[in-house]
Design a protein around this ligand. Structure first.
Ligand code: BG6
Length: 482
């Protein structure tokens, strides 16, 4: 399984994800000479495009990058020449025969990426099998959402497993491809400094925020059927939590890393939904100075779907006993910001208190977006002769990653994930047991909402969710890091 794929087959090749992320990522890899020289890329979708039509779609998707990187047109030409197109209807397994005929000569080393609606997965997989494209040398990548709850996710996973064994199944969570997310592993396990303190004895609480300024973005039927809990917490945020909370894996390998993550996910305590969760839905407001409509107006229908969720989670194990993990995410928040805050405890005794100095506990802020940054706040003495008492001040130790690695191009998450898929490294893909542990926890929260008759509270677009989300932390004496 370690030999690189010779053929990449993209389902949903003309869709939004493909145009915004997959084709630009593949092109970025090609421009840097990272794709196997003989890699051929087949796109497939329902429309009758032909190779030329697909190449045109791709060229449009790449125009911005080519201009920004001032690339020689020959680089684009080389990439476009790798592209081929076969029309097929993924909902009718028999129509995949044409793909089989085109791809089979190279099917010995094949990577397939399904970026289509999950309702099509089962039929697509049956079609792939019929077309002789599911053999030993084929790896299958699946885009989220993998189901809507544990039961539907199991159905999808069972359908996949009937044809593709787990070691050839690559479940995408694009947050795992983000540079700072992996930097979290480097920070925790590449330094002696933090790990001895990375537990309940020194950490007061953890906050994970993924804030978005966008609203529905036209994804009405998808998002309204899911809501923020299932769209963001079930996958991205729980993966971040798992990486923060897991024990040190013995090796940086797929099995070792995923074994540790799944232990954390299985240790999540079932939430008391009424006390430990807050849900919200945005009303009209302003984001970045621009007026925006409310969710219901955007949707055009009444809806009880949450566009914001805040949770107080606990990892029930020895390391994290009594340490809350506060999570929040939402649409139409004041800023696009993804960050992890590790709030350390105060020193047990301050020798400076008699001299009037106030100490702030240390805080580590790992910013994933919009900038990649790691900031550690420490106490330092303010210069001076201190006749009126010692003055200490919080100062940041900043690791601005773009500055530290200014000469390295920042890559989008899908570049890494696609290359890992092509090369057959599953470390940054999600294993079935992880997905199912995630759903198990999420389903219980939704059941709690139903039992308690909870419906989203309104919040004006451009604010950090309903007031109750602030109360969720404040009653523990904790403020969100805004
Ligand atoms: C996707 C969600 O998985 O992640 C979207 O479906 C969300 O609703 C997106 O906007 C956020 O990703 P990123 O990389 O922009 O933070």
């Amino acid at each position: 399984m370690t030999s690189p794929a010779q053929t990449l087959l993209l389902f949903g090749a003309t869709g939004d994800l493909s145009r915004r992320m997959l084709l630009p990522s593949l092109f970025g890899l090609d421009a840097d000479g990272l794709l196997p020289a003989d890699l051929v890329i087949y796109g497939t979708a329902r429309g009758e495009l032909g190779d030329d039509g697909f190449r045109e779609t791709a060229a449009k998707a790449l125009a911005g990058i080519v201009a920004e990187r001032k690339l020689d047109p020959s680089v684009q030409e080389r990439f476009l020449n790798r592209l081929h197109y076969v029309a097929a209807d993924a909902s009718v397994p028999e129509t995949l025969g044409a793909i089989g005929d085109a791809v089979r000569p190279n099917a010995g080393r094949l990577a397939i990426f399904l970026s289509t609606a999950p309702s099509l997965f089962e039929k697509t997989i049956a079609g792939l099998e019929m077309a002789g494209l599911a053999g030993e040398g084929t790896r299958l990548a699946l885009e989220k959402p993998l189901g809507q709850d544990l039961e539907s996710s199991r159905e999808i996973n069972d359908a996949v497993a009937r044809v593709f064994p787990e070691k050839r199944t690559f479940r995408i969570d694009h947050y795992l491809g983000k540079e700072t997310v992996q930097n979290l592993l480097a920070l925790r396990f590449g330094n002696i400094l933090f790990e001895p303190l990375w537990n309940a004895s020194a950490i007061d609480h953890v906050q994970i925020t993924v804030g978005e300024t966008v609203g529905l973005e036209g994804r009405t039927s998808y998002f309204d059927g899911m809501g923020s809990l299932r769209d963001m917490v079930q996958n991205h945020m729980l993966q971040l939590l798992a990486l923060v909370a897991m024990e040190a894996p013995a090796q940086f390998t797929a099995t070792a890393v995923r074994d540790e993550k799944v232990k954390v996910l299985r240790s999540l305590r079932k939430l008391d939904a009424a006390r430990e969760s807050v849900i919200g839905q945005y009303t009209a407001g302003a984001v970045a100075g621009q007026p925006v409509p409310g969710y219901i107006d955007e949707l055009g229908d009444p809806s009880a779907t949450e566009t914001f969720v805040a949770l107080k989670a606990h990892v029930d194990n020895w390391r994290w006993h009594g340490v809350p993990f506060y999570l929040r995410t939402g649409k139409r928040l004041p800023s696009r910001k993804s960050e992890i805050v590790i709030q350390f405890k105060p020193v047990p005794h301050s020798m400076f208190s008699g001299r009037g100095a106030i100490l702030h506990p240390n805080r580590l802020v790992i910013t994933i977006q919009p900038d990649e940054n790691i900031r550690f706040s420490i106490m330092a003495k303010q210069p001076g002769l201190d006749r009126g008492g010692i003055r200490l001040r919080e100062v940041p130790l900043d690791i601005g990653l773009p500055n530290a690695f200014a000469d390295v191009r920042r890559r989008i998450a899908y570049e890494r994930l696609l290359l890992d898929l092509i090369e057959g490294d599953p470390t940054l893909f999600v294993r079935r047991d992880e997905v199912e542990a995630q759903w198990d926890w999420i389903d219980a929260i939704r059941a709690g909402w139903a039992d308690n008759g909870m419906v989203p509270k309104n919040y004006p677009a451009g604010t950090w969710g309903p007031a109750a989300a602030i109360a969720l932390t404040e009653r523990d004496g904790v403020s969100w890091h805004d």
